[in-house]
Design a protein around this ligand. Structure first.
Ligand code: SF4
Ligand code: SF4
Ligand code: SF4
Length: 512
């Protein structure tokens, strides 16, 4: 489930152009700080006669007297103190409040900011319901089950898929259908090793560009081990503005011990050769996807600095999962506590500006989920991409709601026209989690019940708590909301803003 995180994080940058958020601090008359949307004209304001209701929400204690008020069904939130929260509750205690001229400037600004923070319903509708979650569908094409590597942790490997190649007719039919229904399409070439079938990739890209014409937006991504780069391949990827996820586990052979090649140069030697020959391209278009295991845990902070010195723009951390071949490598697994400890080290390196020019996407995606009203990372939306706009076609031609675990749970109806309306069990799971395993969790609106693929991998049951991602999410959102509440510098938000290019006015205060 982790290998796609880099790609989804890049997807974030694509979609953030549409709904950029302004996390400017607004001191309303209750004193709350609201996250709010920038493009007011897109979503409308509150007018006389609008009926307003405080949405169902949960509270996260941040320390001192500060709390985060988090919508139950979306990533809307505000930070305020308990006394002010009680005033807000009291203000809306009779249910609906009808907006009119008697509100005065302060109260008007207050309800506008609550609305923009997705904590109010206006005439029965929240702001997040008015915004299309993703401007485009993310289509993952598992080009082949073959690979020229033999990684000991490969989640994708299965004897049943060796030798399979994605059926091109189904790919074209799907692309045409999705384009006809949406504003755009993001396509990820995945595998196995997708570049084993470079002519097929070319055919798909050229078909898509033609089908999209000038009215639909398309973006291309590839997840590759980089061993099949050539001048021709790199020129093609560059021509079509591919975002490249390049697999590498560290800067030493020891760290890359799990990434066995079938013959020839090692994974690290391949990377070093690529950076020498195609450095300009990789610095511009590639990010590293690193599988975290006991083999590279210790070295990891130095690995990030090494990549930063090389001029690489980003890295995504994918903790090893016990799926596929990974199920046999349990001694290499890291615990959630070890992962959180590593994230803590990285956060401190960001605060001291040791990490400055490289985007640690596994940190930035959490910030992006907070500053955006709709999470742009498909694993961070509620429901996650598996219940929404994420679609995979496996190398045997099956539609899947998520490709991170090959489990029948994710199989979708195989008729092209049904692919987006057969996900009710995934949506039902969210409701179930809301009222059962996650009933007391303050950040349900930001999480939605966690990663189903992880729950299935660990327990075989979709409705189980995904232990690792659950702990990590709790750690991150608490850390970030505390930073927002108490640290004037807000170093993690600033780091995100700088690298993601999102306009931020975190330190400005609007005078109300
Ligand atoms: S390079 Fe990727 S697809 Fe190939 S064996 Fe390794 S993890 Fe699996
Ligand atoms: S199940 Fe959802 S959260 Fe988990 S990997 Fe798939 S899309 Fe992401
Ligand atoms: S999975 Fe964990 S973090 Fe997510 S809502 Fe449930 S309890 Fe909260």
């Amino acid at each position: 489930m982790w290998l796609l995180w880099w790609i989804r994080a890049i997807f974030l940058h694509v979609s953030s152009h549409i709904y950029q958020m302004d996390t400017g601090v607004l001191n309303c008359f209750f004193g709350g700080n609201m996250n709010q949307i920038m493009k007011k004209e897109v979503v409308g304001e509150i007018y006389n006669g609008d009926r307003l209701t405080f949405v169902p929400h949960r509270l996260l204690q941040l320390g001192e007297d500060k709390i985060a008020v988090i919508s139950e069904n979306s990533s809307g939130w505000c930070v305020t103190n308990i006394e002010d929260y009680l005033q807000i509750k009291d203000f809306f205690s009779k249910g609906k409040v009808v907006f009119d001229n008697s509100f005065g400037d302060k109260r008007t600004d207050f309800v506008q900011s609550l609305w923009r923070s997705d904590l109010l319903e206006k005439n029965g509708t929240c702001l997040s319901q008015l915004i299309q979650p993703f401007p485009s569908v993310l289509l993952v094409l598992k080009i082949t089950g073959n690979c020229n590597f033999n990684c000991s942790y490969c989640y994708d490997y299965s004897d049943a898929r060796v030798g399979t190649i994605i059926p091109i007719d189904k790919v074209k039919e799907t692309i045409s259908y999705v384009l006809s229904q949406n504003r755009g399409l993001n396509i990820v070439m995945h595998g196995g090793e997708p570049l084993l079938h470079f002519p097929l990739i070319k055919e798909i890209v050229e078909f898509t560009v033609k089908a999209a014409g000038t009215t639909k937006r398309t973006n291309f991504f590839i997840q590759t081990n980089g061993s099949l780069f050539s001048k021709e391949v790199v020129a093609f990827l560059d021509k079509y503005n591919f975002f490249v996820g390049l697999s590498l586990d560290g800067m030493t052979e020891k760290s890359n011990a799990c990434r066995a090649v079938k013959s020839g140069a090692t994974c690290l030697e391949i990377f070093n050769k690529n950076i020498k020959e195609y450095g300009k391209f990789l610095r511009r278009r590639a990010g590293i996807v690193c599988t975290l295991s006991q083999r590279n845990l210790e070295e990891f902070p130095n690995f990030v600095l090494w990549l930063q010195d090389l001029g690489i723009g980003g890295i995504t951390i994918s903790p090893l999962v016990p799926a596929g071949k990974g199920a046999q490598t349990t001694s290499d697994l890291i615990s959630s506590d070890e992962y959180i400890k590593l994230l803590d080290v990285l956060i401190n390196m960001i605060k001291t500006k040791e990490i400055e020019r490289i985007s640690v996407e596994s940190i930035n995606k959490f910030v992006s989920s907070l500053v955006g009203l709709q999470a742009n990372d498909l694993c961070h939306s509620n429901p996650c991409g598996a219940g929404g706009d994420f679609l995979a076609i496996d190398s045997k031609g099956n539609y899947r709601a998520c490709d991170c675990v090959y489990h029948d749970y994710f199989l979708l109806d195989n008729k092209t026209t049904c692919i987006f309306n057969t996900r009710s069990k995934l949506l039902n799971r969210r409701e179930y989690m809301k009222n059962h395993a996650c009933v007391n969790c303050a950040i349900f609106g930001l999480c939605g019940g966690g990663c189903i693929a992880e729950a299935i991998t660990n327990t075989g049951v979709a409705e189980a708590l995904p232990e690792k991602s659950c702990k990590v999410k709790k750690f991150f959102y608490r850390t970030l909301l505390k930073e927002y509440a108490f640290d004037k510098e807000r170093p993690l938000f600033a780091y995100y803003s700088r690298l993601a290019g999102v306009k931020s006015r975190l330190n400005e205060k609007a005078v109300v």
